[in-house]
Ligand binder design. Sequence first.
Ligand SMILES: [Zn+2]
Length: 78
Amino acid sequence: MIDQHDPLDDEFPLGDGVVELDAEVTCPYCGEVCLIALDPGSGEAQEYVEDCQVCCQPWVVTVRYRQDGTAVVQVDEA
Ligand SMILES: [Zn+2]
């Protein structure tokens, strides 16, 4: 029997070019859409505070990477 399962599918795909490095988010304060940089090297699940580029209010940014390297990004009022 040949195992068709590719073991690479189980690994977090760091460094192979498919990981999302930025995301568009909508500011919960001013409603502006901003592009923020992501840091996949900080792990699959992250939460940090970042200021809005437009109104300078603090966001709580929650980032979660899926297995395919796409990022789920959410911003909330701090
Ligand atoms: Zn804002």
